[in-house]
Design a binder for this molecule. Structure first.
Ligand code: CP
Length: 341
């Protein structure tokens, strides 16, 4: 039994192994690898993609799933997080996927139960399965992570998605630049492996991946941006803006997107968009994470015949045809400095 709480805590090899396991999961399809186990989902914040893909992933591998509906649970009578997770574990959950508005909630839960705890997003801290599916989407599109430049645009300061992306991409040799108004960038020197710039043009220049973030109005203090219209004028991404990145750059967004604010529909549904691919990768990643957390990953290893299928899938996804000649592109400015040009 293992917890998945943050990509910061995983080694590059562990991250790569989980991505490889996700590819095997995609090939394995439906099975009984998690037969006899139960996943409990415990979401204190709304979710479409994460909660449903955890459910689908668990069911595809033969696990039972129970959803703890926080709005109708004893949380409404004042039950603590620790008591809730201890109760779910006591009722027989083998794994709990937890989303909570407080950073550190998943760590707190993991310290109090014997079952596996998977962080499905904790406040402004991390969203490790989102980070893994973002890595998988890029690896499928580009064949590698090392040497790529990833521009993360928008409300980076409040974003757990950006934190997991920063750790995940940098551990695998990518270079991550955060782009946005200074009020929405992390504090320089806070230890995140990011370069910072307030200039959309500078941030997108040479980017292989443009990851746009949702404006998280529920986490922002009033006054982070004068108005949403001014944010959109300065940092909104559309098809025209995307031309500042490499011609073969891909566009990503973790969802849900505020179309017309941080991203326009023409870009979100355009040829460079991999947003739908991110959603699909979420199921593969969560199958892998559940099997890994529950110690069943060996059951996903393919037979010789499946190995051949896997190779076909890798070729179809471009994974065996990538160009290794490009090396990491250093940014002009030193890490954790803000440029205002
Ligand atoms: N990306 C993400 O976490 O989406 P949901 O909030 O819909 O789960």
């Amino acid at each position: 039994m293992r917890h998945l709480l943050a990509l910061r805590e995983l080694s590059p090899q562990e991250i790569t192994d989980l991505l490889d396991l996700a590819e095997l999961s995609a090939v394995a399809g439906r099975g009984e690898q998690l037969s006899g186990t139960t996943l409990a989902t415990l979401f204190y914040e709304p979710s479409t993609r994460t909660e449903i893909s955890f459910e689908l992933a668990a069911r595809k591998l033969g696990a039972g799933v129970v959803r703890c509906d926080v709005d109708r649970s004893s949380v409404q009578k004042g039950e603590s997080l620790v008591d809730t997770v201890r109760t779910l574990a006591g009722l027989g959950a083998d794994a709990i996927a937890i989303r909570h508005p407080s950073a550190g909630a998943a760590h707190l839960a993991a310290a109090h139960v014997r079952c596996a705890v998977i962080n499905a997003g904790d406040g402004m801290h991390e969203h490790p399965t989102q980070g893994l599916l973002d890595l998988l989407t890029v690896r499928r599109a580009k064949g590698r992570i090392a040497g790529l430049r990833i521009a993360v645009v928008g409300d980076v300061r409040h974003s757990r998605v950006a934190r997991s992306a920063a750790w995940g991409f940098s551990k695998l040799g990518g270079s991550v630049v955060a782009v946005g108004p200074a009020t929405l960038l992390p504090t320089p020197g806070d230890g995140l492996p990011l370069h910072l710039t307030t200039s959309l043009r500078v941030g997108l220049e040479g980017a292989d991946v443009v990851m746009v973030l949702r404006m998280q109005r529920e986490r922002q203090a009033g006054g982070d941006v004068p108005t949403l219209a001014e944010y959109t004028r300065g940092w909104g991404v559309n098809s025209q803006v995307l031309r500042a990145a490499r011609p073969d750059a891909i566009l990503m967004h973790p969802g849900p997107a505020n179309l017309g604010i941080e991203l326009t529909a023409d870009a979100a549904y355009g040829p460079q968009s991999r947003i739908a691919a991110q959603v699909a990768a979420g199921v593969d990643v969560r199958m892998a994470v559940l099997a890994w957390a529950l110690g069943r990953e060996r059951l996903l290893r393919p037979s010789l015949a499946r190995r051949r299928d896997r190779r076909k899938t890798f070729v179809a996804n471009g994974l065996l045809e990538f160009d290794q000649s490009r090396t990491q592109t250093p940014l002009a400015e030193p890490a954790s400095t803000i440029r205002n040009d």
